[in-house]
Write a protein that binds this ligand. Structure first.
Ligand SMILES: NC(=O)c1ccc[n+]([C@@H]2O[C@H](COP(=O)([O-])OP(=O)(O)OC[C@H]3O[C@@H](n4cnc5c(N)ncnc54)[C@H](OP(=O)(O)O)[C@@H]3O)[C@@H](O)[C@H]2O)c1
Length: 278
């Protein structure tokens, strides 16, 4: 991620633009979600943290309180369950929390081919990757419209902008959904103090590929292809505030994605398949 891309860091500017606002970050127990929680707290937000590993959420909440004086809430949630979004919102409502900033970040990968998993696995995956994002957005939007203030980041991927390849069958399709969904939400509510952005990173140095079992394949990519979660978050927040509805952080990711999208689909699909280890 280039310095211009990173945007203004509050550590440098000392500004707290989200002072007193509540942010809900899903998948806050590691990687990009944790980095979002840290950066939003540094920018003055109170943060509600949702994921399954509550020990990690509690440790992060304590850290944010100590270093930024942030109010925090932790919510145990398995977003693979269809009931999870409503349960998260009920938990927040019980605490009198109104969400001004939503980061739909939780995600994972199913690395093998489509028929290698039973339907229950795909069903729960679609809940996590698509349904929970759509439902949480639907549940927080009315309050944002009423208050004429809202921020929403849907964490997609460059995979949502490129041809699909073998393995991770639903991943690119789910991320493409988030891109199109963000564009529609921005078109519908953008004039009402609400900013929506689909963040489309390339490779990020997180646990994602360990959890998905693809570390070996991904490790073959050159180091310069990887961004830190902190850089992706700073770039994503900068783009959101600038009103960029679809944002690819990092010059290399921007350039390679643009090039691949210009190529005939069959060529681009071959290159993407190569990256996926085929
Ligand atoms: N890493 C990359 O190269 C890359 C590139 C482009 C886009 N992304 C996207 O970035 C987002 C964050 O991924 P990451 O790289 O930060 O990976 P990560 O370090 O593995 O973090 C994934 C987060 O999602 C949560 N999560 C997974 N399944 C969940 C479930 N069923 N219910 C609730 N939370 C769940 C995890 O929490 P628990 O396990 O505690 O529940 C964890 O906090 C994902 O949407 C991913 O698709 C990643």
């Amino acid at each position: 991620v280039s310095p211009r891309d990173k945007g203004e860091s509050p550590a440098r500017s000392g500004s707290r633009p989200y002072e007193g606002r509540w942010a809900l970050v899903t998948g806050a127990s590691s990687g990009l979600g944790e980095a979002f929680a840290v950066e939003l707290a540094a920018r003055g937000a109170n943060v509600a943290l949702a994921a399954r590993r509550t020990d990690r959420l509690a440790a992060l909440a304590a850290r944010l309180g100590d270093s930024h004086g942030t109010r925090t809430l932790t919510v145990a949630a398995d977003l693979g369950q269809a009931s999870a979004p409503a349960e998260i919102m009920d938990a927040l409502q019980c605490e009198g929390v109104a969400v001004d900033f939503l980061v739909n970040n939780a995600g994972s990968g199913l690395k093998d081919r489509y028929l290698d998993y039973d339907w229950a696995a795909h069903d729960s995956y679609l809940n996590l990757m698509v349904r929970s994002c759509a439902e949480l957005s639907w549940r927080v939007l009315p309050g944002m419209v009423e208050r004429r203030y809202g921020r929403m980041i849907q964490v997609a991927s460059v995979a949502g902008l490129l041809p699909g390849s073998r393995g991770h069958t639903l991943y690119g399709a789910c991320k493409a959904f988030l891109v199109s969904f963000s564009q529609s939400l921005a078109a519908e509510y953008g004039g009402q103090g609400i900013k929506v952005s689909a963040l489309c990173p390339g490779f990020i140095s997180t646990e994602f590929h360990d959890v998905a079992g693809t570390r070996e394949v991904v490790a073959r990519q050159p180091r310069f292809m990887f961004s830190s979660p902190e850089d992706v978050v700073a770039s994503g927040l900068h783009a959101l505030e600038r009103g960029q509805v679809v944002h690819i952080p990092g010059k290399i990711n921007k350039l390679s994605t643009r090039l691949l999208r210009e190529l005939p689909t069959a060529w681009a699909a071959k290159i993407v398949a190569g990256q996926a280890g085929d």
